[in-house]
Design a protein around this ligand. Structure first.
Ligand code: PGA
Length: 263
């Protein structure tokens, strides 16, 4: 059950990129593209997720953009508040720096940095309680897909968080479906496969929360300017989480435009 009134989201996940000077240039170029031909905020939410060290400087640079562009944290601590936790940045510290959005559960965090389900629940819980909007990432591996387990794995990842989300907080969650085999590989899920999974996620969400029909479900995994239009045309794909292509201002702009024009 799709809802065409959902405003799409296009979020650039910069991962551990780029160096400061290139980040500065990337934002300048993106701002120029918006100045030349703006994308109306009501047609598409746009955000970028720089490295933690660049969050506040990128946010400052975006202040005079032609439209609101959100600054999104790629991760946050499993511990709330402040205290003796070397190397950590809590939800409250992000909020205190004016950062209102965070990714939780990206597959690179799950696979490479030990973010197992209990840790993700803590991160999500603290982020929501601090008033952040969370982009919660889910997705199956190639192995799981080949074994016919994709739906089960992804729906389980959604169910995993249900216990720590209060009824009203579902409004502050955006889901990003990112099949792991499509991330950074140049392989995109076909629009049909992606739409089928998004429809299942939507169905699952509507069983958990009354906000399910209105929640944005983004697709991620090798989204480029070249495939954005057909992905954006799918009724249950409400935006994109973009890795590699978000490091090029023109590509990122074209992807945002594709989603803005699709609904
Ligand atoms: P990609 O990354 O677009 O480079 O595949 C997407 C992501 O990991 O969010």
């Amino acid at each position: 059950m799709s809802n065409s009134t959902i405003t799409p989201w296009v979020v650039g996940n910069w991962k551990m990129n780029p160096m400061h000077a290139n980040a500065f240039q990337l934002i300048q170029e993106f701002k120029q593209l918006l100045e030349h031909e703006n994308i109306a905020p009501e047609q598409c939410h746009i955000g970028v997720a720089p490295t933690t060290i660049a969050l506040t400087s990128i946010q400052a640079q975006l202040k005079d953009a032609a439209r609101t562009v959100y600054t999104v944290a790629q991760d946050l601590s499993r511990v709330a508040g402040t205290g003796a936790y070397t190397g950590e940045v809590s939800a409250e510290l992000l909020k205190d720096s004016g950062i209102e959005f965070a990714l939780v559960g990206h597959s690179e965090r799950r696979e490479l940095f030990g973010d197992h389900v209990e840790i993700l629940k803590e991160k999500l819980h603290h982020a929501l309680n601090a008033g952040l909007t969370v982009i919660y990432c889910v997705g199956e591996s190639l192995d799981q897909r080949e074994q016919g387990l994709a739906d089960q794995v992804v729906l389980q990842q959604i169910c995993d968080i249900a216990a720590v989300v209060q009824a009203e907080q579902w409004q502050n969650i955006v889901i990003a479906y990112e099949p792991i085999w499509a991330i950074g590989t140049g392989k995109t899920a076909s629009p049909e496969d992606a739409q089928a999974m998004h429809a299942k996620i939507r169905e699952g969400l509507t069983q958990i929360t009354s906000y399910g029909a209105n929640m944005a479900i983004l697709y991620g995994g090798s989204v480029k300017a070249e495939n954005a239009v057909e992905l954006a045309a799918c009724p249950d794909i409400n935006g994109a989480l973009v890795g590699g292509a978000s490091l090029n201002a023109q590509s990122f702009y074209q992807i945002a435009k594709a989603f803005a024009q699709s609904k």
